[in-house]
Structures are given as structure tokens and as C-alpha cells.
Design a protein around this ligand. Structure first.
Ligand SMILES: [Zn+2]
Length: 240
């Protein structure tokens, strides 16, 4: 594509984002003007703009209605959206929605398919790499690669956050289980203690009766009565 097809031919052109960023930084120091690099779809070079950077603000929360609308898109429409987004032709609410947990994996897959398609075109038109078409599509591929890397990072942090949440829930559940177990155990222990105490009180209150029953049961089983019990019954004037 000839430079005349650039919508802003009066602007400086930079071959790389880095070159444009370096120039922007210098300009910023000189005149305090914040400039943001953008990839020109007309000429395939980087220019500087006073408009806001093309990065989506970190921590931006997606509008649920926009997310729903994009979830409902068929694959062809979704892929077209991903391509338009890389060309800078999609509004910020949609751009934020693409980076939301429900869409980021699909966005990344769509970008992968577009990149495959671009690679196919590049291999089919190998001789045209130095043409305007070649320059433009390579510039587009650069943006697509950056977008896919970004999608990968968002996906990793989304999954990381989900895993951290799962881990936190797991720890909470384990603690709750332990507490329930401890409560159950102490209740059983307390019941055993209560049972022991009740038996002791029963024996204290009905010691003679208990000793007689014990003597009867020992006789029935043909086993000698414990000496202590025999002595106790003796003292109480009972025959062993
Ligand atoms: Zn241009």
C-alpha cells in the first residue's frame, strides 16, 4: 500500500511499537504531552496519537449484558469481532467483555484461528511479503500475536484466581470438617463421661443391690466373685 493510502500521511511513521514508544517518551519529556502508539491500518506503520492508549484498563469490570451478548454470538461472528478488536474497531465495553472470565478462553481460540488464517495467506502469497499487502498483514499479525499473548495472560490470571478461590474454599471446608469432627468427638467423650458418672452414682446409691446382682451373675457363669465385692458383701452381712 502506498503511503498515500495512509489516512494521516503527515504523521511520523515508526517501524515498530518500540520505536514509536521511544519517540513518545521523548516527546513527553519535551512538552509534557502524553502520546500513545497505534498501528496504522492504512500504511502498516506505527504512528503516535494524543488519543488514549489502546490498552484496556487493568481491573476493568465487564458489563454483564455485553458479556451475554457476546456469549450468544456464533463462531463466525465472534471471530470477526476478535479480528475487528485487533484492528482497533471495537468499542471499549466489548473489549473489556472479551477479557472477562466467560469469554477470554474463546477470544484466545478465535485469535489463534485468525493467526492460522493469516499464516496460510502469508505462505500462499510468499512473494508479496514486501508489498503493501505484505506489510499490512504482517502488521496485523503482530497485533494478533500481542492480543493472543494478552489473552493468555488474562486467562492464566483468571484461572489462577479461580484456583486460589478453590484452594481457599478447600481450606475452609477442611477446617469446618475438623471442627465438626472435634465437636462430635467431644460430644461422644462427654456422653461417655456422663455414663461413667451415672454408673458410679448408681453403684454408690445401690451398692449392695449391685453387688448382689454381680454375685448372682458370677455364680451363673461359674466364675469367682471379685475379692473386693465378696469382702463388701461380707461386711454388709450377706453370704457370698
Ligand atoms: Zn499510516
Amino acid at each position: 500500500m502506498a503511503a498515500s493510502q495512509c489516512p494521516r500521511p503527515e504523521k511520523h511513521r515508526y517501524a515498530t511499537r518500540h520505536g514509536a514508544e521511544t519517540a513518545a517518551y521523548r516527546a513527553q519529556i519535551g512538552v509534557g504531552q502524553i502520546l500513545n502508539p497505534y498501528l496504522c491500518q492504512g500504511c502498516g506503520w506505527w504512528h503516535l496519537s494524543k488519543k488514549a492508549a489502546d490498552t484496556v484498563p487493568a481491573g476493568a469490570v465487564a458489563d454483564p449484558a455485553v458479556v451475554e451478548r457476546l456469549v450468544a454470538l456464533d463462531d463466525i461472528a465472534f471471530r470477526a469481532l476478535a479480528g475487528d478488536e485487533a484492528r482497533g474497531q471495537v468499542a471499549m465495553p466489548e473489549r473489556i467483555a472479551l477479557r472477562s472470565p466467560r469469554l477470554v478462553a474463546r477470544w484466545r481460540r478465535a485469535l489463534g484461528l485468525i493467526i492460522q488464517d493469516v499464516d496460510t495467506q502469508l505462505s500462499m502469497r510468499r512473494g508479496e511479503k514486501n508489498t503493501d499487502w505484505g506489510r499490512r498483514i504482517l502488521a496485523f499479525k503482530t497485533v494478533l500475536d500481542a492480543r493472543r499473548a494478552e489473552a493468555g495472560e488474562v486467562l492464566a490470571s483468571t484461572e489462577g484466581a479461580a484456583q486460589a478461590e478453590q484452594a481457599r474454599l478447600g481450606v475452609e471446608r477442611a477446617r469446618a470438617r475438623q471442627e465438626a469432627l472435634a465437636a462430635k468427638k467431644s460430644a461422644a467423650e462427654l456422653r461417655a463421661l456422663a455414663g461413667d458418672a451415672a454408673i458410679k452414682r448408681l453403684i454408690d446409691a445401690h451398692g449392695l443391690e449391685f453387688s448382689r446382682y454381680l454375685a448372682e451373675e458370677c455364680a451363673r457363669l461359674g466364675t469367682p466373685l471379685p475379692a473386693r465385692v465378696a469382702k463388701y458383701l461380707d461386711q454388709e452381712g450377706e453370704a457370698a
